[in-house]
Design a protein around this ligand. Structure first.
Ligand code: SF4
Length: 490
């Protein structure tokens, strides 16, 4: 068989089909877009990998696969394996660690129920078995109502209430959630089916960003092909704004509201969720881990996506790994720092930290599963200033600490460039935002500045003295002055 993985796979696969009778299939992304389209030729327990394959490469591979007398072209990596239901991890840049929840990404046809059934099979577990096996799975990501808490506690809260419960699969915004939605949607839906049975739900909503068409289409196709799903399933789009992933804003979007604001709490969604009914909200990652737990897989692993000034990559790490290995998998070797834990994660240079919630929390880092690399010439002061401005521009406006606080914070950070570094005022503002904002957006928004101040104090002091150690702000200022001068002459 020949598999072609990732974006651009269709054209490459079509070329291969021209030259062989061997099956050629498009599969989802592996999570390593830097090597895709990736052609994988599998024959007799051995898979040969061809990175960044062109249609010509695919034709060459296809023309000889299955021909006992002709050798495959030299591959970028080769793996001998018994396992046929999961991607054999190649020794290629970007692949790191073992894969449990990502195991089928880049190996199965995403919308093929037959592929999934052959690979791991659909597990038909009773509600009590699901609670026993998966109740301890921790919610993954800020879009999960039980982020970093046992998912089973939320299920109990919903199950104990009267009403017509709903389940929301929040696949909005996080690259790891998007990868699972695009490449292994049946695992996500299987986890949702398990939870729907536990809480006796009447409806499952799958929530995606309106810009993530591939995830939407794949989830819709998988939902239609899912054998005996226990409820109706609706795939619902929401605006692409970062804040729209917040669990109560996800509920607002599912209900069809155009103006997305976080809901006051209590009560939480377990009491009043979609259309006032008790509702479970987990991310796609959490549901995929739930499905894994029910079939007996290791669920302690974490899916981490690396972005920023490096190659995008999504990997899976064990509890004894460190986030450094994820950053290294992206190819980044020389960097100013890394924002660990999402858009409002913690800025650090010390990456010898396990990807677990406890270890990350001890270091004041975020747990959203995204690592943003700041390149070697990036200025941390400018970076946290931009992130603060992002919070000011994109909050929902519902509560004063976040709405006004993020604006004031941006102004205080700009004052540093004018020589006024009022650290006490900044610190107090961060404390108020964090402790009194309604939702996780405002509570987390101070973290890049707080951790940046701790890790890069010398840079803040230098800026107050008119210097930028990275030189980047001076470059930006010069460019701005040149632009203004040019504009004045027109
Ligand atoms: S914290 Fe920010 S995003 Fe959340 S409700 Fe308040 S203003 Fe809206």
């Amino acid at each position: 068989m020949v598999r072609v993985a990732g974006r651009g796979a269709e054209e490459v696969a079509a070329a291969a089909r021209e030259r062989t009778d061997v099956p050629v299939v498009d599969v989802g992304s592996t999570g390593v877009p830097g090597v895709e389209p990736l052609v994988v030729a599998t024959d007799d327990g051995r898979s040969a990998f061809y990175a960044n394959a062109t249609p010509d490469d695919a034709e060459s591979v296809a023309s000889v696969i299955g021909e006992p007398t002709r050798a495959l072209p030299d591959a970028d990596a080769t793996v001998t394996h018994d396992e046929t239901g999961a991607l054999p991890v190649p020794d290629l840049d970007g692949f790191s660690g073992s894969r449990s929840v990502l195991a089928r990404c880049g190996w199965l046809r995403p919308a093929s129920a037959d592929d999934y059934a052959e690979s791991v099979g659909f597990t038909d577990a009773a509600a009590d078995e699901v609670v026993d096996a998966a109740g301890g799975v921790l919610g993954r990501g800020w879009g999960d109502w039980n982020a970093d808490e046992p998912a089973g506690a939320l299920w109990e809260g919903v199950r104990d209430r009267d009403g017509s419960p709903a389940v929301v699969v929040n696949a909005h915004g996080n690259p790891g959630d998007a990868l699972l939605a695009e490449s292994d949607p049946f695992a996500v839906l299987e986890g949702a089916a398990h939870v729907a049975r536990v809480v006796d739900a009447v409806q499952v909503f799958v929530y995606v960003s309106e810009t993530d068409e591939r995830a939407r289409d794949t989830l819709e196709a998988a939902a239609a092909a899912y054998p005996d799903f226990p409820t109706d399933v609706a795939v619902v789009e929401g605006p692409s704004a970062y804040r729209a992933a917040e669990p109560t804003m996800a509920i607002e979007a599912v209900e069809g509201n155009h103006r997305l604001e976080a809901r006051l709490r209590p009560p939480g969604p377990e009491v009043e969720g979609v259309f006032g009914e008790p509702t479970v909200v987990h991310t796609a990652r959490t549901f995929a881990h739930v499905a894994g737990a029910v079939r007996g897989d290791d669920t302690s692993t974490r899916v981490l996506s690396v972005t920023g000034d490096t190659q995008d990559v999504t990997v899976e790490l064990g509890e004894t790994d460190t986030v450094r290995s994820a950053v290294e998998a992206s190819g980044a070797t020389d960097y100013t720092g890394v924002l660990v834990g999402g858009r409002f994660g913690g800025l650090t240079r010390k990456l010898d930290v396990a990807p677990t919630p406890i270890a990350l929390d001890e270091r004041d880092l975020g747990t959203d599963g995204v690592l943003e690399v700041l390149g070697s010439d990036a200025c941390p002061v400018a970076f946290v200033g931009r992130r603060s401005q992002f919070a000011a521009d994109s909050n929902c406006g519902r509560c004063v600490p976040c709405r006004e606080g993020s604006t004031q914070l941006s102004e205080l950070l700009r004052d540093i460039y004018d020589g006024e570094f009022n650290e006490a005022k900044i610190t107090e503002l961060l404390r108020v935002m964090e402790s009194t904002s309604i939702c996780a957006f405002g509570r987390n928004a101070p973290r890049p500045v707080r951790t940046g101040l701790r890790e890069f104090r010398d840079h803040f002091e230098a800026h107050a003295n008119g210097e930028c150690p990275s030189g980047q702000c001076l470059v930006d200022a010069d460019a701005e002055a040149e632009t203004e001068a040019e504009a004045a002459t027109l």
